[in-house]
Design a binder for this molecule. Structure first.
Ligand SMILES: Nc1ncnc2c1ncn2[C@@H]1O[C@H](COP(=O)(O)OP(=O)(O)OP(=O)(O)O)[C@@H](O)[C@H]1O
Length: 758
């Protein structure tokens, strides 16, 4: 009956990692140990895995565990059996082989890893099902809709799905007529009116109306499409409607409410300190823009101070858990989260677990950007493009409150059906699904559509290799013709060696940093320009480019060479790991700056902008503030004695930290590195006036460097391109560009299926 016993377990066939590595391409030690442990934990418990006529189930299961581990490493939340069933998995070649144009013999000659051929879907399903014995909530593995999960990720997905669904059935507390009135007041001159009979739909207006009556909503759109602008109007609408509701309450009740708390208890949140800072700035700007248009009393009630998700949840040092959770909920009534593409599945689920059941959640983000570094692709899963359409009831509601023409919304979605049908054919679009909670903003206010950056970003995200490359070539031709023009072109291609194109940019943007009179000025200059790389290693990776730029700046022989990191005045740095005690987080940017203490001594300090400072000051009970003080600016003591005062002479600019700048002794910093160049992954949530994006120059090099989710993909290129506000300089060969634009990041997840079920 059993076709497995201890002696024929594949786990024993591979008694060392080197053996698996020789068979399966791309496997890592963690996969080997994971598979081994899973096999020994699960198989002894099973009594009948397969019959003699069926394939050796233990070998298949062993390889399935290897594939599951590799899948989790790559950021997928599960492994669909369909992705491996009947497939030759882990087969590797010396060089990319085009199977259509080569004979089997030639292909076989190039094989470096033989790989493993998996059984059929039905057989794999039976093998895995046989494992899932015992109490359901204790099984290590879960098989759901043919997706194989580790229990914990299945739990994250189902909890998140449940929390979203719970919110979607909550009845709206506002009257439709009040909503309509409010919308009319906030959008006096709508685009559909301006557009005449064939008027365009004002998606900002629709997005506001769509989010008002739901306890969960997503507003998705590319850079500059007005997500923050729209959401500020949404907050204004909620203030007005809440005020209306209050008017209708009895005076006694009204007084009680007014005394007790602000009317709307709103949390503005973003995944990183930088993104939180940008959200605050954008809301402040939007409020300023609305002054005169919207009642000042309403504007005054809109919060402007954003915080990070970690701060919202309350970090517990040395623990993956947070202070706020299902047993200690947050008090907020409305939670607005920006840059959601960066939020991973476990973190998003933890946020929902920590919220009150009735808390309204509004998510903002660009679903075309790279998914989160860690597991999951929450935003892309719940905001698939193009929009799949609204339910009839939602269309009716939106038409009424936005005063749209009858059928205007359904006509729009019908017109987009062609695209949807194509997507449906590929299996990523679900017929009958309604996306009532989802609004897309489509018109970029930052890029007018004629400038190169917006057009290039669009062509890339639509996978149009030809058009995207042509845009770059044309831009280059135009740049050559207009060399004398004072206005720099939005797009340009880097020409020649690095020294020819990069050195002038370093001179223009990085060299003046150390000459700035204040560190705030230095931060402003640093925000102007960044070199973005696809990889860390390699000739065109972050590490090498940082060294080259330091060479151009003459900083590789720094007078502070004795320091671990050879620090110098004006050096931009990026923190590479979280330090909760100091309130510094992976990705935070600082500048090394020379300061003079009260006694006139000069010290090199790591300076960080305002946001981390505000974050810190909001730290609650578990953090000992006096401990922090002893680590920061107040205690500039002996630690930096080894800095040579003479070498600092002439570069020292300030003795008192400017407001909103926090100083930390370099010796106290967690891991950090110079940040003239940074990976595209790390720039999510940031923007620069000018970006130079550098890709590896050959297929071979790129293939050697890319791993798992770090693939050169259209999402990576799109994210890099859209970090540029005014100018983009690209250094890439046509082949590598083509490879990137044709590759799409796809994260396996069951979230889409579950959330979108009608
Ligand atoms: N309807 C509008 N009318 C006029 N200006 C607008 C409108 N919508 C947005 N803007 C302006 O366009 C710019 C970009 O808007 P906003 O910052 O809200 O976009 P975003 O989608 O949040 O951008 P990102 O996420 O890329 O920072 C802002 O200057 C904003 O004032």
């Amino acid at each position: 009956m059993l076709n497995h016993n201890k002696s024929n377990l594949a786990g024993q066939t591979y008694s060392r990692f080197s053996q698996v590595k020789a068979v399966i391409q791309g496997v890592e030690p963690i996969d080997y140990f994971f598979a081994k442990e899973m096999l020994s934990a699960l198989i002894p418990a099973s009594t009948a895995l397969s019959s003699p006529s069926e394939p050796d189930s233990s070998s298949h299961l062993y390889h399935l565990f290897l594939a599951l581990s590799a899948s989790l490493r790559a950021g997928h939340s599960c492994l669909p059996l369909t992705a491996v069933a009947d497939q030759h998995w882990g087969r590797g070649y010396t060089s990319p082989v085009n199977a259509d144009s080569k004979t089997d013999e030639v292909i076989d000659q190039g094989v470096t890893h033989p790989g493993f051929v998996f059984a059929t879907l039905t057989q794999l399903h039976a093998m895995v099902s046989a494992l899932t014995i015992g109490a359901q909530d204790q099984q290590l593995l879960v098989l759901h809709h043919n997706n194989l999960y580790l229990r914990r990720y299945f739990q994250f997905e189902s909890d998140l799905e449940q929390a979203i669904k719970t919110r979607l059935v909550v009845q709206c507390q506002y009257d439709n007529d009040d909503i309509a009135q409010c919308i009319e007041a906030l959008f006096p001159n709508t685009e559909e009116e301006q557009g005449g009979a064939s008027g365009e739909i004002d998606w900002q207006k629709v997005a506001v109306a769509n989010a008002i009556n739901k306890n969960f909503s997503v507003i998705a759109g590319g850079p500059g499409t007005g997500k923050t602008y729209t959401v500020t109007k949404l907050l204004a609408a909620l203030v007005i409607l809440e005020d209306n509701n209050l008017e209708e309450k009895s005076m006694a009740e009204k007084e009680l409410t007014q005394q007790d708390a602000p009317m709307l208890n709103v949390a503005l949140v973003a995944p990183t300190g930088k993104a939180a800072q940008r959200l605050s700035e954008s809301i402040v700007k939007a409020i300023k823009d609305f002054t005169g248009e919207i009642d000042n009393k309403v504007l005054a009630q809109i919060p402007t101070q954003a915080q990070t998700l970690h701060r919202l949840l309350g970090v517990l040092p040395n623990s993956p858990n947070f202070r706020h959770n299902e047993d200690n909920r947050l008090a907020y009534d409305i939670v607005l989260i920006d840059e959601v593409s960066m939020v991973d599945l476990p973190l998003m689920t933890r946020v929902f677990r920590a919220l009150k059941d009735h808390a309204k959640v509004i998510l903002l983000g660009d679903a075309d950007q790279l998914p989160s570094v860690a597991t999951g692709s929450v935003l892309a899963d719940i905001a698939p493009r193009p929009h799949g359409g609204f339910s009839a009831a939602n269309e009716q509601y939106l038409s009424q409150v936005c005063q749209l023409k009858a059928q205007q919304l359904s006509d729009y979605f019908t017109a987009n059906k062609g695209v949807n049908a194509a997507i449906e054919a590929k299996g990523s679009y679900r017929h009958n699904a309604h996306f009532d909670y989802l609004s897309f903003l489509v018109k970029s206010r930052r890029f007018d559509g004629k400038g190169g950056i917006g057009l290039l970003a669009n062509a890339v995200i639509n996978g149009d290799v030809k058009r995207s490359w042509q845009l770059l070539v044309n831009a280059q031709k135009q740049a050559l013709q207009k060399q004398s023009s004072q206005i720099p072109a939005e797009l340009s291609m880097a020409q020649g060696e690095l020294s020819q194109w990069l050195a002038p940019l370093v001179k223009q943007y990085y060299q003046p940093i150390e000459k700035c009179t204040t560190v705030s000025e230095a931060f402003a200059l640093l925000a102007q320009f960044r070199v973005l790389c696809a990889t860390r290693q390699g000739d065109y990776g972050v590490e090498r480019l940082n060294e080259i730029i330091k060479d151009y700046l003459g900083k590789n022989n720094s007078p502070f060479g004795q320091h671990q990191h050879s620090l110098y005045h004006g050096q931009p740095i990026m923190i590479n790991e979280n330090d909760y005690r100091l309130g510094l987080y992976n990705g935070d940017i600082g500048i090394m700056w020379s300061v003079v203490d009260k006694e006139g001594k000069t010290h090199l300090m790591a300076c960080f902008e305002d946001n981390s400072c505000q974050e810190k000051s909001r730290e609650e009970s578990s953090f000992n503030d006096s401990a922090l003080e002893s680590l920061t600016s107040e205690s500039i003591v002996n630690e930096s004695k080894d800095i040579d005062d003479k070498t600092l002479a002439g570069t020292v600019s300030t003795s008192i930290p400017p407001q909103g700048v926090r100083q930390i002794l370099p010796s106290r910093l967690p891991k950090f590195e110079s940040v003239y160049a940074m990976t595209i992954h790390k720039t999510q949530g940031s923007e620069f006036s000018h970006v130079a994006m550098v890709l590896s120059q050959t297929h071979g090099e790129q293939q050697n460097l890319q791993k798992g989710s770090k693939l050169l993909s259209r999402e990576l290129l799109y994210t890099g391109i859209t970090r540029a506000k005014k100018q983009l300089t690209l250094a890439a060969s046509q082949g590598v560009w083509q490879q990137g634009v044709t590759t799409q990041v796809k994260r396996y997840s069951g979230l889409t299926i579950n959330v979108l079920q009608p």
